[in-house]
Design a protein. Structure first.
Length: 171
């Protein structure tokens, strides 16, 4: 990655750019819309880690190029209901759920998602969580296994009509 980047917590006003990033990374049936991002940011913006370009010498300075996000909950498994209901977020919960790990298409395969994942894992450890849970498509299982996630098999999720595998990283 030749650009200088920064990882920061999201702000309430990030909803538009995050919804645009989501649409560029997921099929329409899987992508959260702007209203969903507004609700999530109002409920748990501190659990959104945003990657942006800091290099003022490039045209991309200030551009949001990555995101990892999801609520904290007492639930042990990620369910489809969590995507729409921010009431599952409980700051005193033990598990960090990850709804999305996204990198803008122009910046993929440059280590952005890995940087964001490491920061998310570190945040969960610092907050004293038991671990992280996510669902992913089959072709991404190996990516998450590199961070220590264990494949728990096909998830009960039918989000967006896709087949999802539940992955768990326990501390």
């Amino acid at each position: 990655m030749s650009n200088k980047i920064s990882i920061r917590k999201a702000k309430i006003g990030d909803d538009k750019v995050l919804a645009e990033l989501e649409r560029s990374c997921f099929p329409e049936a899987e992508a959260a819309d702007r209203d969903t991002f507004i609700k999530r940011l109002e409920s748990y913006s501190e659990q959104f880690l945003v990657v942006e370009v800091l290099d003022e010498e490039t045209k991309d300075s200030g551009k949001v190029i990555g995101l990892v996000n999801g609520p904290i909950t007492k639930e042990e498994n990620l369910t489809d209901e969590m995507y729409a209901d921010t009431g599952f977020h409980d700051i005193n919960g033990s598990w960090k759920m990850i709804f999305g790990v996204e990198t803008h298409p122009d910046f993929q395969h440059q280590g952005i998602a890995s940087l964001a994942m490491r920061a998310c894992i570190e945040q969960a450890k610092e907050e004293g969580r038991k671990g992280l849970v996510l669902t992913c498509k089959k072709e991404l299982i190996g990516f998450y296994e590199r961070f220590g996630f264990q494949n728990e098999g096909i998830s009960g999720s039918v989000h967006g009509g896709a087949v999802w595998y539940q992955m768990r990283l326990s501390f």
